[in-house]
Design a protein. Structure first.
Length: 106
């Protein structure tokens, strides 16, 4: 049971560490030209919500393109730092869990 949990936690840690790298290698315009509408507010009522454009804004922010990020959604100036903090907490907690599971001998 612990071995399975250890494997899952190790894979999760790897995914957490790999995600920003993958986003970095993607072009900043990767999500700009998408015609897919996933926001229910835009899909059903043709009204933009507060989160519309956030994916594009975060991708531009990740590439240090602040003006483009603010163009897509100005809220990214608060959300992106919060995402970094949440990501760092997840990495730290998962790393501690993996370290703890490696220390156990069963």
């Amino acid at each position: 049971m612990f071995q399975k949990n250890k494997t899952v936690q190790t894979l999760w840690l790897g995914a957490l560490l790999l995600a920003p790298i993958v986003l970095w290698f993607m072009p900043s315009t990767a999500f700009d030209d998408s015609d897919i509408i996933v926001c229910p507010s835009r899909l059903f009522f043709d009204i933009e919500c507060l989160g519309c454009g956030m994916t594009r804004a975060v991708q531009h922010m990740h590439h240090f393109e602040w003006e483009d990020a603010a163009y897509y959604n100005a809220g990214v100036m608060l959300i992106y730092p919060a995402l970094i903090v949440v990501w760092a907490i997840w990495v730290y907690r998962t790393w501690r869990r993996v370290k703890f599971l490696n220390a156990q001998k069963l």
